[in-house]
Each structure stands twice: as C-alpha cells, then as structure tokens.
Design a protein around this ligand. Structure first.
Ligand code: 5GP
Ligand code: ZN
Length: 112
C-alpha cells in the first residue's frame, strides 16, 4: 500500500469527494478549501512535482491543463478561476504528488 495520500485517494483506499475521474486523472475537493470552489487535479500516476516531469508526461500534462476550464465551467465558475501549482517546500508544497489547485467562486485576492 502506498504511503502517498493522493495515490491512496486515486486508488480508492482513502475517501475523497471526487468530482471527476478518468483513466489518467482524478479530481476531488480540497479538504481545507481556500475558496468556495477548491478542487485538486491529480494524475493517477505518482509524480512528486513539476520538477519530475519529462517529455513522456507531455500528453498527461496537456490533458490536465485542458481539463481545467471544463471543470471550472462544470462548477459554475463563469467569471474565471485560478490555477495554482506549488512546487517544493519553498513553493509551499505539502503533498508530494503533483496536483493543480483550481480555485474560484469569489473575487480572489491579487497575487502581489
Ligand atoms: P499543497 O500545499 O501540497 O500544494 O496542497 C496540498 C493540498 O491538499 C492542501 O490544500 C490540503 O488542504 C489538501 N489535502 C491534504 N490532505 C488531504 C486529504 O486527505 N484530502 C483532501 N481532499 N485534500 C487534502
Ligand atoms: Zn502519489
């Protein structure tokens, strides 16, 4: 059994509020939402962070990125949404399984 919590969610070993899944990705609600809509988009494959991506992952990454606006639309985020990817401890990453945060549903603060 994996000790990675996101691998365990993808395998159905840990519960999560899943809103979308397909053969390559699983999308579920963040357990501590920072906005009215806060989803996590993860690959089924264990990739620790953006740093470990190789050209072999290009189709997977494109699939994840192209999924984002479709998920936002399905969540009713008509005005737009924010995508965040934290990388490494210095970037605030806490779970070392690649994930895109998708946030929206209220006016989000600026990045400055
Ligand atoms: P990071 O800081 O690594 O970019 O983001 C990790 C995110 O995963 C955090 O927003 C945190 O709330 C979320 N998270 C951590 N553990 C769990 C969990 O067991 N279930 C869910 N649904 N989200 C989690
Ligand atoms: Zn994992």
């Amino acid at each position: 059994m994996s000790d990675c919590i996101f691998c365990r969610i993808a395998a159905g070993e840990l519960p999560a509020d899943i809103v979308h899944e397909d053969e390559r990705v699983v999308v579920f609600k963040d357990i501590h939402p920072k906005a009215p809509v806060h989803l996590l988009v993860i690959p089924r494959q264990h990739i620790p962070s953006l740093r470990e991506l190789t050209p072999e992952h290009d189709a997977l990454v494109a699939h994840m990125v192209r999924l984002l606006p479709r998920l936002a639309e399905a969540q009713g985020l008509k005005d737009g949404f924010r995508t965040v990817v934290n990388t490494g401890p210095g970037g605030g990453q806490e779970v070392f399984h690649l994930h895109f945060h998708l946030l929206g549903g209220k006016r989000l603060p600026g990045m400055a």
